[in-house]
Design a protein around this ligand. Structure first.
Ligand SMILES: [Zn+2]
Length: 366
């Protein structure tokens, strides 16, 4: 459908590195060029990255701009497609990936999440506008089609893709030996911890989640309906996990607390794998039981690895696991969406409240 060049749209932008600068901006609606699609945004998930960008900790404006449109977790609908776009048509539901490749060998192979040169951009984070506006332009290479039945919770696909990658990589690493994992520990009960628990339960593991919230919190109830145990670190410190549970085959660290990450290394069982997914923005130094960790890592063939971002392959895995998990635990993903905020109240959406799991900014009605 034709749009005039003067059509404008609302978006939420920050001045990078300036705390509390989130504001509404007016931008032209992107033109529908060849090989591109125009996306109309339905809703955007808020995560710690958005909050930290608005706190001025990081974020980078695109070339030629002094502001950055934030938002990297969006569910959108295809408004129109340019010439040469195959496989998508107006009305299709889409979640876009976040990272855009540079020309390193890994990016050229479709694995920009494993970028070597570091010159990638990330929509809504680093050098490219994000999705927290009424429209954005997109190349089909970065669009993942969403079956209509997933509409109520498909906005969770981007955070799900993060744990898809983390768990896939953990299992890939463990192909180094005969491995029949039984028990997993997840550290943190935010969206990444909860989505990670769902994937580990789908793989048939016993899962124990350690986090700060009290057991009677909504996180605790969600975890018990998944058949996972929930332990509050107030009563169950991370440093005594292996005494409580015994052999731990997999640990997923999803707190971003570097002290917890190093404590977790000393809790991992023989031949176990620890995946770190949380980033710590500070430059804190801590004291760690270095001899114990070194000895255990060597004598128990243990592995610790980090995992960031996700390429479209992991988004596609997420679409499959959404369907599989919904069959097993109907309504589980909608229970993770704890707050929906209208566009005009975007500043409230960027504030994190203790009872929040996932907050959504509603941009348009479906
Ligand atoms: Zn690269």
């Amino acid at each position: 459908m034709a749009r005039t060049l003067t059509a404008t749209m609302r978006a939420v932008a920050v001045t990078p590195k300036q705390a509390g600068s989130a504001r509404q901006v007016e931008l032209p609606v992107p033109r529908v060029a060849a090989e591109m699609a125009l996306m109309r945004v339905l809703e955007v998930g808020i995560d710690g990255t958005d909050t930290e960008i608005n706190d001025g900790l990081y974020g980078e404006a695109p070339p030629g701009f002094d502001f950055l449109v934030i938002g990297h977790e969006a569910l959108s609908i295809v408004e129109s497609v340019g010439e040469g776009v195959d496989g998508f048509e107006p009305g299709d539901l889409v979640v876009s990936t976040v990272r855009r490749p540079d020309d390193c060998p890994n990016c050229r192979a479709g694995e920009s999440d494993m970028c070597l040169f570091g010159n990638y951009t990330e929509r809504g984070i680093k050098g490219a506008h994000g999705y927290m506006g009424e429209y954005y332009g997109e190349s089909p290479a970065f669009m993942v089609k969403i079956p209509p039945s997933l509409r109520p919770f498909a906005v969770l696909l981007e955070p799900l893709s993060i744990v898809e990658k983390a768990t896939y990589q953990a299992w890939k690493i463990q192909e180094r030996m005969l491995w029949a994992p039984k028990r997993a520990v997840v550290l943190g009960a935010g969206p990444i911890g909860l989505l990670g628990t769902i994937l580990l339960r789908l793989r048939g593991l016993e899962v124990h989640v350690y986090a700060k919230s009290p057991p009677e919190s909504s996180q605790g109830r969600i975890l018990s309906s998944l058949g996972a145990s929930y332990r509050s670190v107030g009563d169950h410190p991370v440093t005594s996990i292996k005494d409580e549970l015994g052999q731990i085959d997999v640990i997923l660290e999803a707190t971003g607390n570097s002290a917890v990450a190093f404590q977790a290394m000393a809790q991992l069982g023989t031949n176990g794998v620890l995946c770190l997914t949380g980033v710590s923005a500070g430059n804190r130094s801590i004291e760690i039981p270095a001899d114990v960790i070194n000895l255990q890592m060597v004598l128990g063939n243990r592995v610790t690895f980090g995992s960031v971002n996700a390429n479209r392959r992991y988004f596609e895995m997420g679409v499959q696991h959404f369907q599989q998990a919904e069959r097993q635990w109907p309504g589980i993903f909608q229970r993770l969406i704890t707050r929906r905020v209208p566009f005009a109240d975007f500043t409230s959406a960027l504030d994190r409240r203790p009872e929040d799991i996932k907050t959504l900014l509603t941009i348009a009605a479906a």
